[in-house]
Design a protein around this ligand. Structure first.
Ligand code: PLP
Length: 392
């Protein structure tokens, strides 16, 4: 009997969560598009809100359970909850673990919805205290600690700065005050970085990005100890309702099968493209954790196996030229999101509400670039022809 906890990452990507369909013998589990499941003969003792029993699709669904099994296994965690989007997973963690008098420490540059939830909505509505700090600086975190600190939330690599925070060191700080550490590991995926093994309590993913990988569905996940995940399931899934559709869960289950291969290619392409951009005279800066020039390159090397495909860069040019550059690209698609098969680029402009927290080189706006799975030579050729069209 093969021990499913001992198998390698690629084998897990393929086999965990899949099984022979008992009814038809199909070697792929089907999509179960149903709201409700047959009740047991005696339902008088039933816990109608049990998030681990198939009763009603808002309390869990078959495809959701299969995907949770696979993701828990890939992150090396005890359990997983899958929700409708990455933001739903993040909001679920904050809603579940922050009570009225709680204090949270969070990176000052993080996903925009996290910034708004923690900087605006939670403090204004519930009196939560938030400290936004540069979490790549351990001293800033230590200084921000308070007796009521319940959660430290980091995003590493961070969106869009690619800033790296030291998961192992921050987990020690969190433990020293009895706080939980949650890590948004979306940019890395479990193939490049496994925060639970470095001491984190919760790992959060936008499944919309690398884990699904094909730009055709949305989802979010939190992985960690069963005791913590059950709380999120009850509070943020059953009673808030951010449940994933069975179809999206199935699509993500299909996408994740090739995660290992895709992350290798994204990372190889990412490094080649970042090196090309860094050498190019009209490029003002490149922020990519795989470059020696990245301020936390050594920490990235310590906690990641490769450096993924996302970078931010800026041109020695004005706003109009940045826009012209993006519109001159022929393969690379101007669109939000990251981690798809195709390369995606976004020019943010200089008016981001988080601008005062960005490193100085980001202040004139930046290009966030998710390097896709195309041939690296073709991506670089596209950049070159767009530079030429803009006389850069
Ligand atoms: C996209 C993203 C999210 C939000 O995920 P959605 O699936 O869009 O809700 C959260 N964190 C990071 C780092 C992201 O890139």
């Amino acid at each position: 009997m093969i021990n499913k906890t001992k198998i390698g990452f690629s084998t897990k990507c393929i086999h965990v969560g899949n099984d022979i369909d008992k009814e038809t013998g199909a070697i792929r589990r089907p999509i179960t598009m149903a709201n409700s499941y047959r009740l047991p003969e005696d339902s008088s003792e039933l816990n109608w809100s049990d998030p681990n029993q198939l009763i009603y699709t808002r309390t869990t669904s078959a495809n959701q359970i299969y995907l949770q099994e696979k993701l828990a296994s890939l992150e090396g965690g005890e359990d997983c909850v899958v929700l409708s989007s990455g933001v739903s997973a993040l909001a679920g963690v904050f809603f579940t673990f922050l009570n009225q008098d709680a204090h949270i420490i969070c990176s000052n540059v993080s996903y925009i919805a996290v910034y708004r939830l923690l900087n605006e909505y939670f403090p204004e509505k519930y009196g939560i205290e938030t400290s936004l700090v540069d979490t790549s600086n351990l001293d800033e975190i230590k200084k921000a600690l308070r007796p009521n600190t319940k959660l430290i939330h980091i995003e590493t690599p961070g969106n869009p700065t690619t800033r790296i925070s030291d998961i192992a060191e921050i987990s020690k700080i969190a433990k020293s005050v009895g706080a939980l550490l949650s890590v948004d590991s979306t940019f890395a995926s479990p193939f490049l970085q496994q925060p639970l093994s470095l001491g984190a309590d919760l790992v959060i993913h936008s499944l919309t990005k690398y884990i699904n990988g094909h730009g055709d569905s949305m989802g979010g996940a939190v992985i960690g100890k069963k005791e913590l995940i059950d709380k999120i399931k009850s509070q943020a899934m059953v009673n808030i309702g951010g449940v994933i559709s069975p179809f999206n869960a199935w699509l993500i289950m299909r996408g994740v099968v090739t995660l290992n291969l895709r992350m290798k290619q994204h990372s190889e392409n990412g490094l080649k493209v970042a090196q090309f951009l860094e050498e190019y005279p009209s490029v003002e800066f490149v922020a990519y954790p795989g470059l020696k020039s990245h301020p936390q390159h050594e920490i990235a090397k310590k906690q990641m196996t490769m450096f993924s495909g996302v970078m931010s860069f800026g041109l020695k040019a004005d706003v109009d030229t940045h826009n012209k550059f993006v519109n001159s690209l022929e393969l690379i698609v101007p669109a939000v999101s990251i981690g798809h098969d195709e390369s995606l680029i976004v020019y943010t402009g200089p008016n981001d509400e988080r601008n005062h927290f960005y490193p100085p080189e980001f202040k004139n706006g930046h290009l966030r670039f998710s390097v896709g799975l195309e041939d690296a030579e073709d991506i670089i050729a596209d950049l070159k022809q767009a530079f030429k069209k803009c006389s850069l």
